[in-house]
Design a protein around this ligand. Structure first.
Ligand SMILES: NC(=O)c1ccc[n+]([C@@H]2O[C@H](COP(=O)([O-])OP(=O)(O)OC[C@H]3O[C@@H](n4cnc5c(N)ncnc54)[C@H](O)[C@@H]3O)[C@@H](O)[C@H]2O)c1
Length: 267
């Protein structure tokens, strides 16, 4: 039987205390026997979230701050030793037109979603090189790197940068046997997304069901665990020949030219 076995390996997941994608990634890594080092800027949330997985430890730190990134890796080195995988999941959004956004909006988003991803990847790779071991990176991008909406131009550009970084680093790290890939989730069914949707629809449930029926080729809701399952595949040796790629986890959303109802045969 083919199984993904991550036992005896340690994985650092940034933003792992999030109720969205990060929780599905932690669940999937734990289900494959991997040990979780759960980073989050919110240490209280990280401590609570770490209790949900066997043998998991919270690691506080802001990935957008160079000194805190150094501290994250210093504390991991002294308390847990070598880590074998990094999932750059922490990220924030921005819902504002590019021509109306402030410099502070742009800086905040880019500092976390782009600079943070680079700083974490850099520190992780250098600890692999220092310990002379191989390990792998999965960055969390978004469908917005491929298609986007009004008010998401800056977020879309940041996620495009994440995919560029993924491709470029995969080339630089290939000779070391280190793989670097990304996942690009579509709209993930999660508590915080549901709560956000209340601001634009009175009935999120039927709104999202209608959206799926119109704009996805697969009609089910994408959940965080779907993202986690692809992430563990990319972290595992099953993906040994895949690097520099982004796997779009969108139930077929970005391939559709028009809404599903655009052409319907006459009955
Ligand atoms: N939710 C979706 O539908 C969706 C779709 C596509 C991509 N994504 C991406 O998935 C990732 C997770 O998003 P989510 O929606 O699940 O978010 P979430 O808000 O549930 O989780 C994000 C976590 O990151 C933490 N965080 C924020 N800034 C941080 C920092 N500077 N340092 C360390 N931790 C920090 C937050 O405290 C939070 O716990 C993001 O990169 C996001 O862009 C999400």
């Amino acid at each position: 039987m083919l199984k993904i076995d991550l036992s005896n390996k340690k994985f650092l997941i940034s933003g792992g205390a999030g109720t969205g994608v990060g929780s599905g990634i932690c669940q999937a890594i734990a289900a494959c026997g991997g040990q979780i080092l759960l980073n989050d800027i919110n240490f209280e949330k990280a401590k609570e979230a770490a209790k949900e997985y066997p043998n998991a430890f919270p690691v506080p730190g802001d990935i957008s701050n160079q000194k805190e990134v150094e501290q994250i890796f210093k504390s991991i080195k002294s308390e847990h030793g070598v880590i074998h995988g990094l999932v750059n999941n922490a990220g924030v959004g921005l819902r504002k037109e590019a021509h109306l956004a402030e410099e502070s909006d742009f800086d905040k988003l880019y500092n976390i979603d782009v600079k943070g991803v680079w700083m974490m990847a850099k520190a992780f790779v250098n600890q692999l090189i220092f310990n002379n071991i191989k390990g792998h990176i999965v960055n969390v991008s978004s469908v917005h790197a491929h298609e986007t909406l009004s008010k998401y131009a800056i977020y879309a550009s940041a996620k495009s940068a994440v995919e560029g970084l993924t491709r470029g680093m995969s080339i630089e790290l290939g000779e070391l046997g280190i793989r670097c890939n990304a996942i690009a989730p579509g709209y993930v069914d999660s508590i915080q997304n549901y709560e956000a949707a209340v601001s634009w629809t009175d009935n999120p449930e039927s709104f999202f069901e209608d959206q799926r029926n119109e704009y996805q080729s697969l009609r089910h809701a994408i959940n965080a665990r779907d993202c986690g399952n692809i992430t563990v595949f990319l972290l595992s040796d099953l993906a040994r020949s895949i690097t520099g790629q982004t796997i779009i986890v969108d139930a077929g959303l970005t391939n559709l030219l028009h809404a599903n109802s655009f052409i319907q045969d006459k009955k």
